[in-house]
Design a binder for this molecule. Structure first.
Ligand code: CAA
Ligand code: NAD
Length: 602
């Protein structure tokens, strides 16, 4: 073992890289190193697996050539830097070895034990484990000080984050050199301690597991769960498609390890995961997981018996000509704009003439901005404004075919409105609420026609956000649900259907994840900057959790988290004390110029 008491040792020269396991991750990692000019020795357990690993590499670099991101010569050069082997002893000359074999502590320890007799005493040994204890893996080697976690994200050539996991015995020089190595690859390192799941997976897998439970409980279809997160939050892929990319066997092991370490019920793998793994439905790698793919290792989804049939498109079972909107706030104004732009006559009702005029002013402003950018015309503006009729009397809604209310998020206020709508609107009119957290059934019960009441949860800003959650209660008529689905498609939005539970799909999946990020910060495991970076660059999310919380508002987030906790009584959903304290202190986010970050100087 090196003497750690003397002055800093000379940095190693790292030129040859060993990669053990050329599966989903190993092949990607080998590609990243080879792209950056390193000589790579890739080791697999047998010839068949080796051939598959080589194929991954040829396929991935071939795609880059097809997209003209790389020339055929560069591809040949890159592949020429990689040698393939089935014998660990071929790693004898490697300066840095990273293993990316199955997520099993025994297999990994076996490899680190064997490496002892193979590599030079100076070589750095890394594991790409997603959740297992790097410390425990390191104890299998006679020099645990040179063992470190180097956690790439999937697909490794694309995601720019690498979590570097230092154990209590990792030598400082090893950490420094690995950091420099990761930077030389053009990736961003984040250093964290050895805790199951590290930063990103700790936050990601609770969310993924929750999505699987929703699917398993038939709360929504796989397509709707995935579309909800893509179109509601701008995620690059939905949670179930992501699990197929990660691999369900790997995901199961990660959850299992996280559960064993933290005993958080929310990390106990959803039972269906185990069933799918047992059935060999491992995701893209076996051609079948939550979705069915063209073949093993293909990213192309093909139709299967769960794919909604093209003939089964929802129809407008109710005739919708005139739409009523109640409210004049941000959401109501956006909804008025959306319907009017889709060619509907819209009658909207506000509490005062000023508020009613404000809607026209806001829509005019929104059009002017689009006209300035060349995205709309004065004629289109005039046409849309010509479809609007403002009123201060609910009685004017007597002839509309659909009413969407977007008034204060207060159950008493909403139920009173529904009582009124029940008296005013013609029979058969659909009565919709755009509540984001209140029970739709309570609005329905305020009327004598609960079968006509439904949730239409638009996202802010409504003219831009594509998603609408269509929330049917236990009383909603099927024709009403179908008509609403058809209507949502007609106005150019993506509709997803779900039942009437707190948070519907998006908020129920999003806010516990944000809350978990706050708990991680509170526990001083990582900084807000590192957590934001990890989620943006490891999982390609458009915003980090703290950036998003400050935009949404901590008061709003706390209220939603409380609703979720009250409905599901899940201890893991209890709002993080830090979130409560920030709200008490008035640090609500960007709107008060201070939240998780200080915006007073910006
Ligand atoms: N290998 C290499 N490159 C790939 C790739 C793969 N498997 N899949 C896609 N790419 C490349 C494409 O070649 C393309 O490159 P260029 O821009 O240079 O042409 C680029 O990525 C975009 O690909 P596509 O246009 O085909 O598809 P897309 O834009 O839909 O992106 C995606 C696909 C990169 C997978 C994107 O959807 C994404 O980032 N999804 C989120 C993935 C994620 O969350 N990963 C983290 C998982 S958790 C984890 O890794 C930790 C763990 O321990 C489990
Ligand atoms: P995978 O199943 O796609 O690949 C594992 C590969 O290791 C297989 O090709 C297998 O043949 C090979 N292998 C198994 N035992 C071996 C041995 N003794 N010697 C040599 N090769 C051996 O799994 P994966 O998704 O690539 O995961 C690999 C590691 O990376 C795991 O620790 C996983 O937790 C971690 N990881 C996975 C992801 C992901 O999204 N899949 C992301 C980051 C980290």
């Amino acid at each position: 073992m090196r003497d750690m008491t003397t002055s800093a040792p000379e940095p190693r020269t790292i030129s040859t890289i060993g990669v053990i396991g050329l599966g989903t991750m190993g092949a990607g990692i080998a590609e990243v190193f080879a792209r950056n000019g390193y000589a790579v020795v890739g080791v697999e357990q047998n010839d068949e697996a080796l051939a598959r690993g080589r194929q991954y590499l040829e396929h991935s670099t071939g795609r880059a050539v097809k997209r003209e991101k790389m020339t055929a010569e560069e591809q040949a050069e890159l592949l020429g830097r990689i040698t393939f082997s089935t014998a660990l002893k071929d790693l004898a000359d490697a300066d840095f070895v990273i293993e990316a074999v199955v997520e099993s502590i025994d297999v990994k320890k076996g490899i680190f034990r064997e490496l002892d007799a193979i590599v030079s005493p100076d070589a750095i040994l890394a594991t790409n484990t997603s959740s297992l204890s790097v410390t425990e893996i390191s104890t299998a080697n006679s020099s645990p000080g040179r063992v470190i976690g180097v956690h790439f994200f999937n697909p490794a050539p694309v995601q720019n984050l690498v979590e570097i996991v230092r154990t209590v015995v990792t030598e400082q020089s090893v950490l420094d050199e690995v950091k420099a190595l990761v930077e030389a690859l053009g990736k961003n390192p984040v250093v964290c301690g050895d805790k199951a799941g590290f930063i990103a997976n700790t936050l990601l897998f609770g969310y993924l597991n929750h999505a699987v439970s929703m699917y398993e409980g038939r709360y929504a279809t796989r397509e709707d769960i995935d579309a909800a997160m893509r179109f509601g939050c701008g995620y690059p892929m939905g949670p179930l498609a992501l699990l197929d990319l990660i691999g369900l066997d790997t995901a199961y092991e990660i959850l299992e390890t996280m559960y064993r370490q933290g005993r958080d019920r929310l990390h106990a793998p959803a039972p269906i995961l185990k069933q799918m793994v047992t059935a060999g439905m491992l995701g893209r790698k076996t051609g079948r997981g939550f979705y069915t793919y063209e073949g093993p290792d293909s990213p192309t989804v093909v139709a299967d018996d769960r794919t909604p049939s093209a003939d089964g498109q929802p129809q407008l079972k109710h005739d919708i000509k005139q739409v009523g909107v109640v409210g004049t706030g941000t959401m109501a104004t956006g909804i008025v704009e959306v319907f009017a732009k889709s060619g509907y006559d819209v009658l909207y009702v506000g509490r005062s003439a000023d508020k009613v005029d404000g809607v026209v002013a806001a829509i005019t402003k929104s059009f002017d901005k689009q006209i300035q950018r060349g995205r709309s015309t004065e004629e289109a503006k005039a046409e849309v404004l010509g479809r609007l009729t403002g009123s201060t009397s609910l009685d004017d809604l007597e002839d509309v075919d659909l009413v969407v209310e977007a008034i204060a998020e207060d159950l008493k206020v909403k139920t009173t409105l529904f009582e009124n709508l029940d008296e005013i609107c013609k029979p058969g009119a659909i009565l919709a609420t755009t509540t984001s957290s209140l029970p739709v059934i309570a609005c329905a019960q305020a009327t004598k026609r609960p079968q006509d009441v439904i949730g239409m949860h638009f996202f802010n800003p409504a003219p831009i956000m594509k998603l609408v959650e269509i929330v049917s209660t236990v009383s909603t008529d099927e024709d009403v649900t179908e008509t609403t689905r058809a209507l949502v498609a007609k106005i150019g939005k993506v509709g997803v259907s779900c039942a009437d539970r707190a948070g519907f799909i998006v908020n129920a999946l999003l806010f516990p994840y944000l809350n978990d990020a706050v708990k991680m910060l509170e526990a001083h495991y990582a900084t807000a900057d590192d957590i934001d970076l990890a989620m943006k660059q490891g999982c390609a999310l458009p915003m980090g959790p703290f950036e998003l919380l400050d935009v949404v508002g901590n008061d709003v987030s706390l209220a939603i988290q409380r609703e979720l906790y009250l409905e599901f009584r899940e201890p893991g959903f209890a709002p993080a004390p830090l979130l409560e304290h920030l709200v008490t202190a008035g640090y609500l986010g960007r709107k008060t110029k201070r939240g998780f970050r200080d915006y007073s100087q910006r």
